[in-house]
Ligand binder design. Sequence first.
Ligand code: PMT
Length: 399
Amino acid sequence: MLKGKHIILGITGGIAAYKSVSLLRLLVKAGAEVQVVITPAGKEFITPVTLSALSGKPVISEFFTANTGQWNSHVDIGLWADAMVIAPATASTIGKMANGVADNMLVTTYLSAKAPVFIAPAMDLDMMAHPSTTRNLATLRSWGNHIIEPATGELASHLMGRGRMEEPERIVEVLDRFFDTKDTLKGKKILITAGPTHEKIDPVRFIGNYSSGKMGYAIAEEAAARGAEVTLVSGPVEIAPRHESITLVKVESALEMLAACEEHFDSSDWAVMCAAVADYRPEHSASSKIKRGDKGDPMELRLVANPDIAATLGKRKRSGQLIAGFALETDNETDNAIGKLNRKNLDMIVLNSLRDKGAGFRTDTNKVSIITRGGERTDYPLKSKTEVASDILDTLLKL
Ligand code: PMT
């Protein structure tokens, strides 16, 4: 899939820069045209001569070419590219990218690039775990950049931990897969629910849950990146969709989510029900703030059941439509998931368990098993929510 693709390979100043040579070789071998852009610190680790010999192009590092004074246009390179890969990406470059510090050619190119950007961090374990790195990566991720998560292993400091740049073969695989799946959902209309619902108690309080929307939004972004037209019905979350093919419908409560889903379901080919919908809502929500009694007596709140949105759509499903549901479990996981799959008339269910570390609410990762109506089950390892989204869409495509 990389044949003829224009790739910018950004290299920064980390010991893992030696792996960039293999990455460059693999990209060229796969038929890509590669333009290397290296930071001044990067050149301390690897020479431009090696890189230009392998890429067949002069390596760009400075804004001006020293001997001719020729200006290197970061805008032109940014527009030329089908993808930009920054490997290794140091904590410093990640920080600059997240904060628009355009003081070298690599960061200015990044800021001008219209193509998808893949970032492979590499640094020592403490730098990797530092809140500033975590925050900067989260910012970059929230802008739609693809983070190729670093592996755990021996680091340049000889310490063991998370921060090893992903292997070049795997980075090429990620790129290859990106281009391979690019238009696989062209022409499909997909309805996706995400986030929690808030069930109002009074003007200042609600019943809710810990859903951040990350899983549902990852599915929406991945589907849109593959060419689908997405309607994202979302409960209250802190994130926003980025892809222009995502139409966001904001809702608060389960009843509002149901109404939005009913409006959009008939015109959809697939529905993916990822929202953590409150099963119950207060029977009455007070119009003014409920006051605490003087004596601190217990307060009773009567709850009534919310409609089951997935089951409602499951009943309405016409031939050719597919519905994927989620099952968030804490025990008896498989039986509960299969029960939901059948009861709600779904075509597949994505089981995630709160017993698995890194799975479920608020994390950037998830660990899922996908069970189809035909009884086929696939257990996946812990992956980023973007990769999980990809697995879900691949399964729907197979169905
Ligand atoms: O948002 P994140 O922080 O990234 O977290 C992701 C997630 C944990 C919320 C997500 O991975 C997930 O598991 N979503 C489903 C949560 C849930 O409500 O599961 P459930 O087992 O209670 O519901 C089963 C299915 O029925 C789900 O598809 C749900 O959307 C749907 N449902 C449930 C209740 C209801 N009244 N209406 C529904 O449509």
